[in-house]
Design a protein around this ligand. Structure first.
Ligand code: 5AD
Ligand code: SF4
Length: 468
C-alpha cells in the first residue's frame, strides 16, 4: 500500500510528509499500529477506506482494539444525537488507555467534527485528543500527524476549503466481494431535520470517467457488487460539463464487461424520474431495488420537512416503478415524532407503509440537530408518546415483512453468496437483490459468486433455502 500512486505523484509535498511520518513512526514505535472505528453511513465507511489507505502509506498496521494501538482514530457521525453521545462515551473511555500506553495518539474526524459546538467541547473537555479534522480535510492527515509526532501542539483542521473533490486517494477497501463507490459528495436539499448539508457541504459530483475507471478496476479485481453512493444519487451530474445524469451513469456502468451487479443509494423521491426508472428496467446489471426514503406519510409533515413532494407524487413513482420493473422492491427511511407531528400524521405514515409494503424500513425517532430549521420548531409531543408510536410502526412493519418473506417460499432467487451462514456447519449466507439475507447449504467455492437458491423457509431476519 505504500507505493507512490497517482495521488502522491500529483501531490509530491504530501508524499514527502508521508515519508517523514513513516520515518518518525519507525523511530518512535516498535510496530506502529492504528485502530480505526467508523460510525454511521456508507459514505463514512467510504471515507474510512481512504483514511486507512493514507495511514497504511505512512506505515501503520491495523490493530483490532484501542489497547493495542499507537493511534486511535474515530470517524464520527452526527446524524442523530445518540450517535454523538456514543462517540463522546467512547472517547472518554480512551483516556485511561492512553495514560497507560506511552506515545498513544487520538484522532477524531467525520461529520461531528464539522460542528463548532462539538469542536469547542473537545478543546475544553477532552485535552488528551491530539488531532481533529473535518470531512474535507482527509488529505491533511499526513501533515497533522507529522506535526504532532514532531512534538507540536494538538492539531485542528476544520475545513475552510471549498470541498473540491480529491481524486485517487489511496484506498484500503473492506473486503473482496462488495465495494462502495461514492459518485457524489455533500447535499443541497436542506431537509429541515437534517444536519448533512451543514457538515458535508454543497453537492458535487465526481467525473463520469473517474467513476467508470474505478468501477472497471473493481470488476477486474473480482468485486461482484458495486454500491454507488451519494446523499441524492438522482441528482448526479448537476454542475458537471455536458448532459451527464444518473441514468447516463447507470447505462455506462451497465455496459462494463463482467459478472457483477450495481446498487445505488440514496434516491430522493423529488428527483426520481420515469426516465431513470426505465433505465433501471433496461439495465440488467442494476438491481431492481430502490431505497426511496419517504420520511413521513403526511403531506403536512413532508412540507414542514422541506421534502418537495407529496404522498400522491411518491405513490405515483412507486406505481411507475412497478409498471416498468415488475420484480422491483423498495426500502425506505421513516422519521417518527417530527416536531408538530400528531396522531393523524403518524396514522398517515402507517397507512402509507401498508400501501407500499416495503421490504425493509429504517426507522428513526426524530432527534433535534442544533443549527437545523426543525430544531427551532415547537415540539410538544412527549418522548414516551413518540416511543409508543415508534413501537407501533415497528410492529406494523414486522407483520408486513413477515408476509413478504413468507410469499418468497417456493421461489428461486439469485443471491450473491458473501460468507458463512449463522445456521451451522455447511451453511452459507447471501443477499438477494432486495438486500434480504438468504441462508443456504453450499460449498466454500460458492462464496463470492452468484447462486440460484430455492427458498424453503422464511423467518423475519432471513430466508432459508437450497441451491436450485
Ligand atoms: N432525526 C432522526 N432521523 C434523522 N435522519 C436524518 N436526520 C435525522 C434526525 N435529525 C434520518 C432520515 C435519513 C436517514 C439517513 O436518517 O430518515 O433519511
Ligand atoms: Fe439530509 Fe435531506 Fe440531504 Fe438526505 S436529502 S442528506 S435527508 S438534507
Amino acid at each position: 500500500m505504500s507505493e507512490k500512486n497517482d495521488f502522491y505523484n500529483k501531490n509530491p509535498q504530501i508524499w514527502e510528509m508521508t515519508e517523514r511520518v513513516k520515518k518518525l513512526l519507525l523511530e518512535q514505535y516498535h510496530h506502529p499500529a492504528v485502530f480505526i472505528k467508523t460510525y454511521g453511513c456508507q459514505q463514512n465507511v467510504s471515507d474510512g477506506e481512504k483514511i486507512k489507505g493514507l495511514l497504511a502509506s505512512m506505515g501503520y498496521e491495523f490493530a483490532d482494539s484501542p489497547e493495542n494501538a499507537d493511534l486511535v482514530l474515530f470517524n464520527t457521525c452526527a446524524i442523530r444525537e445518540n450517535a454523538e453521545v456514543r462517540v463522546f462515551g467512547n472517547v472518554g473511555a480512551l483516556k485511561p488507555i492512553k495514560s497507560r500506553r506511552k506515545g498513544m495518539l487520538i484522532a477524531l474526524c467525520g461529520c461531528m467534527m464539522q460542528q463548532e459546538i462539538v469542536v469547542e467541547k473537545i478543546k475544553k473537555s477532552y485535552p488528551y485528543v491530539d488531532i481533529v479534522f473535518g470531512t474535507n480535510a482527509l488529505q491533511q492527515l499526513p501533515e497533522m500527524l507529522l506535526r504532532r509526532l514532531s512534538g507540536e501542539k494538538r492539531q485542528f483542521d476544520l475545513d475552510g476549503r471549498d470541498g473540491s473533490i480529491i481524486e485517487d486517494l489511496p484506498l484500503c477497501r473492506e473486503e473482496g466481494i462488495k465495494a462502495n463507490l461514492p459518485i457524489m459528495y455533500g447535499c443541497d436539499n436542506f431537509c429541515s431535520y437534517c444536519i448533512v448539508p451543514y457538515v458535508r457541504g454543497r453537492e458535487r459530483s465526481r467525473k463520469l470517467e473517474k467513476i467508470l475507471e474505478e468501477s472497471r478496476q473493481l470488476v477486474d479485481t473480482g468485486y461482484k457488487e458495486i454500491t454507488l453512493l451519494g446523499q441524492n444519487v438522482n441528482s448526479y451530474g448537476k454542475g458537471l460539463d455536458g448532459s451527464v445524469d444518473f441514468s447516463c451513469l447507470l447505462e455506462e456502468m451497465n455496459r462494463l464487461d463482467g459478472d457483477f451487479r450495481i446498487r445505488f443509494m440514496t434516491s430522493h423521491p423529488k428527483d426520481c424520474t420515469e426516465k431513470l426508472i426505465q433505465t433501471i428496467a433496461r439495465c440488467e446489471k442494476v438491481y431492481p431495488h430502490f431505497h426511496l426514503p419517504v420520511q413521513s406519510g403526511s403531506n403536512r409533515i413532508l412540507k414542514q420537512m422541506n421534502r418537495h413532494y407529496t404522498i400522491e407524487k411518491y405513490l405515483s413513482l412507486i406505481d411507475l416503478a412497478r409498471k416498468w420493473i415488475p420484480d422491483v422492491t423498495f426500502s425506505s427511511d421513516i422519521i417518527v415524532g417530527f416536531p408538530g407531528e400528531i396522531r393523524q400524521d403518524f396514522e398517515d405514515t402507517l397507512s402509507l407503509i401498508r400501501q407500499v409494503r416495503y421490504h425493509t424500513l429504517f426507522t428513526f425517532i426524530y432527534s433535534p440537530r442544533p443549527g437545523t430549521k426543525a430544531a427551532e420548531m415547537e415540539d410538544p409531543v412527549p418522548a414516551e408518546e413518540k416511543s409508543a408510536w415508534f413501537q407501533e410502526l415497528l410492529d406494523v412493519q414486522s407483520q408486513i415483512r413477515g408476509e413478504i418473506q413468507e410469499a418468497m417460499i417456493g421461489q428461486t432467487v439469485r443471491v450473491l453468496a458473501d460468507g458463512k451462514g449463522k445456521s451451522g456447519e455447511g451453511w452459507l449466507s447471501g443477499r438477494t437483490p432486495a438486500n434480504d439475507i438468504v441462508e443456504f447449504i453450499g460449498t466454500q467455492e460458492q462464496i463470492g459468486n452468484f447462486v440460484d437458491v430455492k427458498i424453503d423457509r422464511a423467518l423475519n431476519w432471513a430466508l432459508f433455502g437450497h441451491t436450485a
